[in-house]
Design a protein. Structure first.
Ligand SMILES: Nc1ncnc2c1ncn2[C@@H]1O[C@H](COP(=O)(O)OP(=O)(O)O)[C@@H](O)[C@H]1O
Ligand SMILES: O=P(O)(O)OC[C@H](O)CO
Length: 505
């Protein structure tokens, strides 16, 4: 009898396959990074075929490690970096272009034009998003305008759009020989093309970006008892497993953290940081720079919504120290380096590499290191980079509390950066509330597994999942109120210095 659930987590830096048991414990995992293609300043691409090959590989290796086969899996869920835009030919199975990644800023002019002529307010009201290069709609418009023959192909039904969930589901279910073309409302809510109320593509929004409806996937529930399809004997599972859960990775982490009640929140620290607050069945529009998004839609039930504080660059600032500056050999080294100095010596680093997302939404910002003097070393920079992750989170927590009236007593955290003890202590110090990490810190994959397992009856309902959450570690604040206020005041000054840098006409 099948006793496990699988989850594919297709993230910005890597792809994982994880296998969970009924208690939500990890049975096996395998993970592979893929290349970050940086053709020009501000452009970030991924090769969709490389992502598919990595996905096949991590599935095969994790199953082998656990000595399991397709027959041992009740279902598989998928979760993914959101917004990253893939367009491919359903006949050849080949992408028309590299995927344009969510952090890519090439479409900031498209977003600025929407804002100038008033269409931005329609997008805010209907899709819950401010016009920004971050979301898929502008990326898709750019591809339609810049890739030879793509518009004609799209209008003739010979080009498909998808985020990476859609791309992988299509490949897993047969690709050119009948792959399904589907997504879920959490992913669709990141495109600027979906109406939050109807959970359907909206013709007026499609018109803003010149997107033909026929290239868009069907929007199916995030946890789907009817299943999107099944894996194939010829594919990496070497057998048929129902594909029954699909959630954008930040929404998946929220499900993995069991944020099922209005007022519950989590903060995920990966390539970027994403704080999500469950607002129940209510669509709440922010007045302080948060976005409105679908948290999940299980089966045919009414969708649950969330307010989100999205930060573009957090863990990727640590990758930048590693890959571009070469001052650390791996991300974990940032901790010892930061601890080797007592403070940053007044240095602040604002990693506004893709402009600033929440709560500022300033596409004209670019990164800055301020307060530099001859005294400063790479250790100060590592410390300032880790602090920047925490200060950026402080700003979205503050906006969230003011917008929602919810006063967080503790911040539930997960994601790669939470392995850094120093950073999590600084986070508690800067926020002035405890920070708590669960035993299974891979909440993103766990959330996708929950979505798939709930759809197939492996778990009877969300109540059954509550016993699966346990805390592994809590950090409590140690700074005085004055320390907190002084540090934050300087941080806000540093943020000011990054603004109005790039001219977007
Ligand atoms: N010990 C650490 N200290 C600081 N940052 C870390 C540490 N370990 C991983 N990271 C950062 O976490 C990110 C990866 O986290 P992950 O949750 O896997 O992200 P994603 O899902 O976005 O690929 C990378 O950007 C990496 O730099
Ligand atoms: O892949 P991650 O974890 O960096 O998450 C990326 C987000 O989904 C972007 O919106």
């Amino acid at each position: 009898m099948a006793e496990f659930v699988g989850a594919i987590d297709q993230g910005t830096t890597s792809t994982r396959f994880m296998i969970f048991d009924h208690g939500g414990a990890v049975v096996a995992t395998h993970q592979l990074e893929h290349e970050q293609i940086l053709p020009r300043a501000g452009w970030i691409e991924h090769d969709p075929l490389e992502i598919w090959r990595r996905t096949e590989n991590v599935i095969e290796v994790a199953l082998d490690k656990a000595r399991l086969t397709a027959d041992d899996l009740v279902a598989v869920g998928i979760t993914n970096q959101r917004e990253t835009t893939v367009v491919w030919d359903p006949v050849t199975g080949r992408p028309f272009h590299n995927a344009i990644v969510w952090q890519d800023t090439r479409t900031d002019r498209i977003a600025a034009a929407l804002e100038r002529d008033g269409r931005g307010d329609v997008i805010r009201e209907r899709a819950g998003l401010p016009p920004a290069a971050y979301f898929s709609g502008g990326k898709l418009q750019w591809l339609l305008e810049h890739v030879d023959g793509l518009r004609e192909a799209a209008e003739a039904g010979r080009a498909l759009f998808g985020t990476t969930d859609t791309w992988l589901l299509w490949n897993l279910t047969g690709g050119r020989s009948g792959g399904v073309h589907v997504t879920d409302p959490t992913n669709a809510s990141r495109t600027m093309l979906m109406d939050l109320r109807t959970l359907d593509w909206d013709d007026e929004l499609l018109g803003f970006f010149g997107v033909p409806r026929r290239m868009l996937p069907r929007i199916r529930p995030s946890s789907d008892p009817e299943h999107y399809g099944a894996t194939l004997a010829a594919g990496p599972f070497r057998g048929a497993v129902p594909l029954a859960g699909d959630l954008g990775d930040q929404q998946a982490a929220s499900v993995g953290q069991l944020c099922f009640e209005a007022g519950q929140a989590k903060n995920t620290y990966g390539t970027g940081n994403f704080l999500l607050l469950n607002t129940g069945h209510e669509i709440v529009h922010s007045t302080r720079g948060l976005i409105t998004t679908v948290a999940y839609q299980f089966g045919g039930s009414a969708p649950t919504y969330a307010l989100e504080g999205s930060i573009a660059v957090t863990g990727s600032a640590i990758q930048w120290l590693r890959d571009q500056l070469g001052i650390i050999g791996d991300a974990a080294e940032s901790e010892a380096l930061a601890r080797s100095v007592p403070d940053t010596g007044g240095m602040y680093f604002v990693p506004a590499f893709s402009g600033l997302f929440a709560p500022h939404w300033r596409q004209d910002a670019r990164g800055a290191i301020v307060g530099l003097s001859r005294f400063h070393t790479r250790a100060h920079l590592a410390r300032a980079a880790l602090e920047s992750i925490c200060y950026q989170s402080k700003d979205v927590v503050a906006a969230m509390q003011q917008d929602s009236g919810v006063s967080l007593q503790v911040l539930r955290v997960d994601g790669g950066v939470t392995a850094n003890d120093f950073a999590m202590q600084v986070q508690a110090d800067i926020l002035g509330i405890p920070v708590s990490r669960p035993v299974v810190s891979e909440t993103t994959a766990l959330g996708a597994a929950y979505a798939a397992g709930l759809a197939t009856g492996f778990w009877s309902g969300v109540d059954e999942l509550s016993s699966n959450w346990a805390e592994s570690k809590q950090w409590t604040p140690s700074w005085t109120a004055d320390q907190r206020a002084d540090g934050h005041r300087q941080w806000l000054k540093a943020v000011e210095r990054t603004l109005d840098w790039v001219e977007i006409s």
